[in-house]
Design a binder for this molecule. Sequence first.
Ligand SMILES: [Zn+2]
Length: 394
Amino acid sequence: TMVSNEAFFKLDATGKVWSPTNYYADEFGGQVKIRSAIIQSLNIPTVRVFETLFGRAYSPDPYWGKPTLEIARRMGIRTPITKDMGLSVALGTPDISPLEMATAYSVFANQGTLVRPYAIESIYNSREGTRLKHIPSGDTQALDPTIAFQMTSILTGVLRERQGTGYRHMEGFPYPVAGKTGTTNRYFDAWFVGYSNNIVTALWVGHDRRTSLGTKRAGGTVTLPSWLSFMEKAIPYHLEKYKGMSKEEFLDTEGKPKPGGPLDFEAPDEMHRVEVCAYSLLRPNSYCANTTKIWVKKGEEPQMFCRDCGVSYGSIPTVDASQRPQTPPNPLHYQPAVQRRRLEPISAPSEADLRRARNPQVQVPIRTKPGVAPAVPRPVEPRSVDSLPVPPGQ
Ligand SMILES: [Zn+2]
């Protein structure tokens, strides 16, 4: 799904102008995929989606934003989110604790199930044995498993795709992880909340008084390196200690997680991967040079063929990937017109031409028939033998 990345302005509740900008404030405009907007952490499309889906921010509607807030509540967010926060709620204005953040992200990691956090497992008494024991309150399905998995797929891109805000710190990190960077205005807070399939960690860096961490101290730069070094130890530790696994069960001989092993994010049964054009995310046509595989719910595969690559008048059938041309010939591209001069038919040399040709004193270009070397007469200068060049060796 595409969404606009064009800048816009709003009057907030107090009548002040509010306009969201992207992290790189001069980079906006055009249309972006929702997936890319999340991976690159673009603010403008995020606010636009929030507004489109959940109503106008400053409308008198008392139920403004209710669907969003309900999703947030279902995912374990308890912090009050009020209408006067306006559209900036979409970017994370409410001060949410790291525990609530970890709870919410655990829904993505648990195929949509909310597991409420608890601090005390049980309390023992030396005479009477167990006095108190935590009884799970029952897990609730907060999100459709397919939506949770699609979020995991997108949040993996934050770390593993080149445009992702966390990509440049990921070199050498072995485990499959997903997560999101977060930076508030003027660099007051830097966040990274993410998960493997067995542990969720929320990390916040900031001052207890609300002051800036310093220019360009964004979530990806400040928090992600610490988050990664913690997770590198915590992920195998958790598998060994709580799942009773030995390293050989989930790591290969080089210390990398086994593909298809217990650390892979598992797709729900009702999802599968389909090949689509990398630009349009639609079914590839014969000219789509770059394709990618995306996870979709079975039965919700894109039906339309790509109309961005090559000529796209009418329907274009798919072809086998091996038969696709390496460089798509695009007839819409500019091609310089080839200017060929026509050879004019040449008549036999005229009497004047012949006369000039016979006179060696006059240099005249002589028209000849094509393919015949022009016999250009040159004046012959008499030369003595002495003036001839001496051949070498004499
Ligand atoms: Zn295409």
